[in-house]
Design a protein around this ligand. Sequence first.
Ligand code: GLV
Ligand code: GLV
Length: 324
Amino acid sequence: MRPKIYITRKLPEQIIEGLRRDHDIRMWEEEEIPVPREVLEEEVKEVDGLLCLLTEQIDKALIDRAVKLKIIANMAVGHNNIDAHSATERGIMVTNTPGVLTETTADLTFGLLLATARRMMEAADYLRSGKWETWSPLQLTGQDVHGATLGIIGLGRIGEALAKRAKGFDMNLVYFNRSRKYEQEKKLGMKYLPLEKLLQVSDFVCVMLPLTKDTAYMIGKEQLKLMKGTSVLINTARGGIIDEKALYHALKNREIWAAGLDVFEDEPVPVEHPLLTLPNLVTLPHIGSASIATRLKMAALAVQNLADGLAGDTPRNLVLLNKA
Ligand code: GLV
Ligand code: GLV
């Protein structure tokens, strides 16, 4: 019996052609529209393997319907969209795509930091809307990045890659992490600080954590209050880590200077969301890993994990429950 696979979004043929040889593949044939829940609920009933994106909620109800399922391969490093506990209870493997997107996501994070600090989006709009009449001393002035203190919350692979970039800008580096990373501290000249202290001293704060029950709303009203009035908050990790209501008030009342967000609690973020009315918020539509090369690598890695799992091998990027 050839294993059956469902892929929740149209992937390039070059990525899946190898998989076709030994598997029966069904795929949602749209690139820009996610698979409707009802369709997914029907499709999972018969499949052995599921390749999904972060746009699909693979919750217990869905897992319960997938009676033959052996593996869920997420095409993302974050896997908060999958109930890994329910999957593991059923003996279903869960995999993600770490490593291949580290540098690309760090590039975007540092780019968003620069864009937010130097008001680049606002400045581009200013020019295009015909407001640029003269050069003036304090026009569109922002915050310096070089020499400033960067606080990284979560020193995983991407956090460390970000630190390397920041070092090139002569930034002072501090970090908070569940466990101390002595080797990185030494290598990158970073200082470990408790979260409260990091928030107090940092000019830039970057959230570089997975979303779990422990990190949900980790940055709320109290934490924002600790930050400097001139500070900038950047999040390219997951929306649910920052309390958006509290962030709105902090930005509106200029308790912090600006924020740059690539991720939101609900995605796509509705255009009428109050946050989007603020001039001191720079927004991107979850494009951290979006380089052509990296997205193809992520898709290929998800396919590889899926094929390995279905062949009875241990996939390279098995999500372990104590980390989920
Ligand atoms: C994207 O956000 C990812 O988790 O890979
Ligand atoms: C993700 O790959 C991380 O560990 O930061």
